[in-house]
Design a protein around this ligand. Structure first.
Ligand SMILES: [Zn+2]
Length: 272
């Protein structure tokens, strides 16, 4: 009898507490707020560790970023604390992404060896910023856009440059007059200030826990690497540097390297 009870309890307890199913669209951030046992909880999904933090009421907050090209299917979410382990499910659904055609000068579409080296070095610089360590709270509540304007290219759009297919658009483009101030909607440390071949004048800001904002095609940047910038403070001005058909801000967000729709961050409710 004693053995049977033991089997029943080990079987039922984890199942009744967990195996919740979360739904998220490609390119979005999933925010989880739920009760959890005491202790230091870690969270793993897509083979990566994601931030977990205790809120005011003792429940945990956790965030998972889903890259825009993540295959639409179900993935395990694994919670651990010491020897304790529980599992939930994350169901990823397909995003609806547009097709976008742009026509640019040949030098912005076909690259010689030297230019290609420049582009690769720009890409490396940004890639390194995605894993730079920044100590900050993981709470991601944004209230403002970095600039007021009209969205000219949406997130995830399949790009064609002079008729050739390219990588999907990893951010949103907001058209605004040249010189319009750009603010950082979330506080962070300036990780990159660089004049890039395709992205033009670019600022990357690390918000902690692998959350990084990238602002491109700026006319000029008013911050320098290593600066700490509070939320809603200026970082530069809208421009059309690099490969741009007109003045606009390209705003991209990475979360543990995943390409994230900035609107999914803006939609986050207040977290405390
Ligand atoms: Zn863009």
């Amino acid at each position: 009898m004693k053995t049977m009870l033991l089997i029943v309890s080990t079987f039922l307890l984890p199942a009744s507490l967990f195996a919740a199913q979360y739904h998220v669209t490609q390119g979005d951030v999933l925010t989880i707020h739920r009760s959890m046992p005491e202790g230091n909880i870690t969270l793993e999904c897509f083979g990566k560790r994601w931030p977990v933090s205790r809120g005011k009421n003792g429940n945990v907050w956790a965030w998972i970023g889903v890259d825009l090209k993540t295959k639409a299917k179900s993935y395990p979410i694994i919670w651990t604390s010491g020897s304790w382990r529980a599992e939930d499910q994350l169901s990823v659904s397909k995003g609806e992404f547009r097709i976008s055609h742009i026509t640019v000068d040949k030098k912005m579409a076909v690259f010689d060896k030297e230019t290609l080296a420049h582009i690769r070095s720009d890409q490396r610089m940004l890639k390194n910023s995605y894993t730079a360590r920044v100590d900050a709270s993981p709470f991601i509540h944004l209230t403002n856009m970095p600039v007021t304007g009209i969205e000219s290219t949406p997130f995830g759009a399949q790009r064609y440059v002079n008729g050739e297919p390219r990588s999907p658009h990893s951010g949103i483009d907001i058209a605004a007059p040249e010189g319009t101030p750009v603010i950082t909607p979330l506080a962070g440390k300036v990780l990159v200030v660089s004049n890039m071949y395709l992205n033009g004048n670019t600022v990357a800001i690390g918000h902690g826990h692998g959350l990084v904002s990238v602002f491109s095609h700026l006319k000029s940047a008013s911050v320098k690497e290593g600066d700490w910038i509070d939320r809603n403070k200026p970082i530069g001005e809208v421009g059309k540097t690099g490969r741009a058909t007109g003045p606009h801000l390209h705003w991209g967000i990475r979360f543990q390297k995943a390409r994230i729709n900035p609107y999914s961050i803006l939609r986050q409710k207040k977290q405390e």
